[in-house]
Ligand binder design. Sequence first.
Ligand code: PLP
Length: 392
Amino acid sequence: MLPEKTLSWGVSRNCMRELSAYGVRRKQEIGADHVYDFALGNPSVLPPAIVNQSIIDIIREEGNTVHAYTTAAGIPSLRAKIADDLNARFDLGIGPDLLYISTGAAAALTASLHGVIIPGDEVICLAPFFTEYRVFSECAGAQVVVVPPAEDFSLNLDGIRAALTDRTKALIINSPNNPSGAVVSAEELNQLGDLLREQEAKTGSTIYLISDEPYREIVYDGFEYACPLNYYDDSIMCYSFSKALSVPGERIGYFAVNPKMNDAANVYASLVGAARGLGYVNPPALFQRVIERSLGSYSDVSEYKTNRDILCNGLRELGYEFVEPQGAFYLFMKALEPDALAFSERAKKYELLLPASNDFGCEGYVRISYCVARSTIENSMPAFKALMESYR
Ligand code: PLP
């Protein structure tokens, strides 16, 4: 007998991965230039030069010792440097003792959830949300409570209020958001903080705000990332270098426990214990050193803004409906029929690979990842036009 849950996560369809695999096959059949692959969130902009230069320098200077285990929580000097960076940028007052280097945001999120969840607790996910939140939360023993989106993808505070119960243990927030591109404002965070504090006072139980923020450096048009840890004490930051440094395959990020949290040291210890139990110790040694040398450098994320503008202008002209993304590199577009899966299937006929929104916790949309070559966006417009015409 195999565990039902893990088996179901292993065999269940993942729209993005399926589409991406289809895309690989299709590109072999008709040539890569003829397939408009918007399926995945793999950064298209190269990492800054310091990343590759650091790899070379580290190997030259440190030789093979670089491949040894590091301390479980990450190299102390790196943790200290990241703490300094967070304090300078967001005034968190955090020390390295509350910071843990992880294999990307995925490990930071799972350690955070496993570190606070007791089976039967509820985790609130705000639709549309990163598909893996459901698996991460359920794997930690939680029940997922989905809050439907507001029309403009701003924070649905009434929906959150309605979703809170005395079993709510955590709420995951993701700004800028994958897949909507929405950025949560300081004012919204203030209101969310008040709401969660009120609920905590009512039930006497802590609600952890888990802030998943791999896109916080990718924000456009004067919108600003506001740091949730400054608006609510019982909060945990999960960060990844995958997106703004363009190194998703290198698996490096961290979690940071808000020093203003009551019992922060114990919560941190529980998250560290969870990471240990999950086997997430000793993050990649080479890339810890690379991050230590490159911290503060980013890919040229302005490329994504240009992509966004070309995509939005083109789609708007064709009559597609969407809320213009304020950050990250995804556009969440209304499908031309209520069944987003059917729309995604029809788009494939025009060589457009657009994952349906069902896995993101809501229906009726597709996600377009515009972290692709500019030519893919420009050349895809006739296909989007033909797709639109097929519905007339
Ligand atoms: N959270 C969000 C919102 C994401 O979009 C992703 C990856 O696409 C992750 C977490 C996982 O990031 P990582 O590659 O650092 O594990």
